[in-house]
Write a protein that binds this ligand. Structure first.
Ligand code: SAH
Ligand code: SF4
Length: 383
């Protein structure tokens, strides 16, 4: 039994054929799922009762439950979901001039261990299924339906390394991109990778029209290896040769993401070094204001310094933009809401444990006042 959101159009067609049905059934099923956006097989009213029963035997609907929603003044909305096995994940909806965009998570936690990232604070528990990624998008789209709006862009930039979960991510994208799926245009879909070189090459060979973004964050190997352990496995030489391979096979400009970390990677000399590194490639640089994560201690570059960095790149002939900050009044850095909730759950468990201990002690006649201890633990956990 799996979620029906796991099925790409081609897989659904094969499934229908295996039931001895015509391919046309897939069109009907996909229209109910992605155009009408129903969440109940019995709502698929142009399918016979038998067909619906067959669907119910093999599939269920939503693999995610909404735990919390946080809305910012600028419209940015964070959604915290729980999976069936109790894992927490986060999606963010952002409002731009050009439309509504969702940032999707691809894994529960992340193993890449980048020194500045909230997601890297917890090891990967598991990959998300295609259904769990599609469900994030469907949930947000259904929220927008209430206002008569649609999602126009998808970025796979939430928690997780998408190229460490390559097949499921690509399958998910196929569904949301499909004309009979959500029909989100290829050029409105972006996948961001920390630089898993063999998968960049594989992606290049797929000749997709989706956008590829690479998290660079440093212009030299020494610093990049410190910030991003992935660089110890695939250094800049290997990364840049994969980039060259990508641009040779695809007539697409790729984007390099560069978080500005105060006093770490934001000096004028580093800007010039970055320009030297990237000049040979057909690319954009997206400078990202850092969302401070308390646990890591990095600081955000000032607006003034960021502009200096930007100007140098521009003068050196690099196409560059500075990302606008979104949702700065809510837990802005991706993965922070999830970490907060995990702490909350841990504190609740500790409380339960302490109450159980207290009960046991009361039962055995050793009544102690443990409330202070509970309060202390609570504070620590939520600090
Ligand atoms: N794992 C992939 C995609 C998810 S992270 C990757 O690393 O590319 C998406 C982007 O957000 C990456 O460029 C990442 O470096 C950046 N990022 C991580 N933590 C951030 C923070 N606290 N503030 C701003 N950007 C951050
Ligand atoms: Fe993982 Fe990306 Fe965060 Fe690095 S920046 S820890 S790859 S989610």
């Amino acid at each position: 039994m799996k979620s029906i959101y796991d099925m790409s159009y081609a897989q659904m067609e094969d499934w229908c054929l295996s039931k001895g049905w015509k391919k046309f059934r897939t069109q009907q099923i996909f229209a109910w799922l992605y155009k009408e956006r129903v969440t109940d097989f019995d709502a698929m009213s142009n399918l016979s009762k038998e067909t619906r029963e067959e669907l119910k035997k093999d599939f269920y609907f939503n693999p995610l439950t909404l735990v919390r929603k946080q809305e910012s003044k600028d419209g940015t909305t964070k959604f915290l979901f729980k999976t069936e096995d109790g894992a927490l994940l986060e999606s963010v909806m952002m409002v731009f001039d050009y439309g509504n965009s969702i940032c999707v998570s691809s894994q529960v936690g992340c193993n890449m261990g980048c020194a500045f990232c909230a997601s890297g604070l917890t090891k990967k528990q598991r990959d998300l299924t295609s259904a769990e990624m599609t469900a994030q998008v469907m949930h947000v789209q259904k929220e927008l339906d209430k206002k008569g709006e649609r999602l126009s862009h998808i970025v796979v930039m939430g928690t997780g390394e998408p190229f460490d979960n390559y097949d499921r991510v690509m399958n998910f994208i196929k569904t949301v991109n499909h004309d009979r799926g959500l029909a989100i245009g290829s050029r409105h879909i972006t996948i961001s990778t920390s630089g898993i070189v063999d998968k960049i090459r594989k992606f290049a060979e797929g000749h997709y029209q989706y956008n590829l973004a690479i998290s660079l964050h440093a212009p030299d190997d020494t610093l990049r290896s410190k910030l991003m352990p992935v660089n110890r496995a695939f250094g800049l030489d290997q990364l840049m040769s994969a980039v060259e391979y990508y641009t040779s096979l695809n007539n697409r400009r790729l984007t390099f993401e560069y978080i500005l970390l105060k006093g770490v990677n934001d000096s004028p000399e580093q800007a010039r070094e970055l320009a030297r590194l990237l000049r040979p490639y057909c690319c954009y640089v997206n400078l990202i204001p850092y969302n401070a994560v308390d646990e890591h201690g990095f600081k955000t570059t000032t607006r003034e310094e960021a502009m200096k960095f930007y100007d140098i790149l521009k003068k050196e002939g690099i196409a560059v933009t500075i990302r606008k900050e979104h949702g700065s009044d809510i837990d802005a850095a991706c993965g922070q809401l999830r970490i907060k909730e995990m702490k909350r759950e841990k504190a609740a468990k500790q409380n339960q444990e302490l109450s159980r201990k207290q009960q046991q002690e009361a039962d055995s006649g050793l009544v102690e006042n443990v409330y202070d201890e509970i309060a202390e633990k609570d504070e620590d956990a939520l600090a």
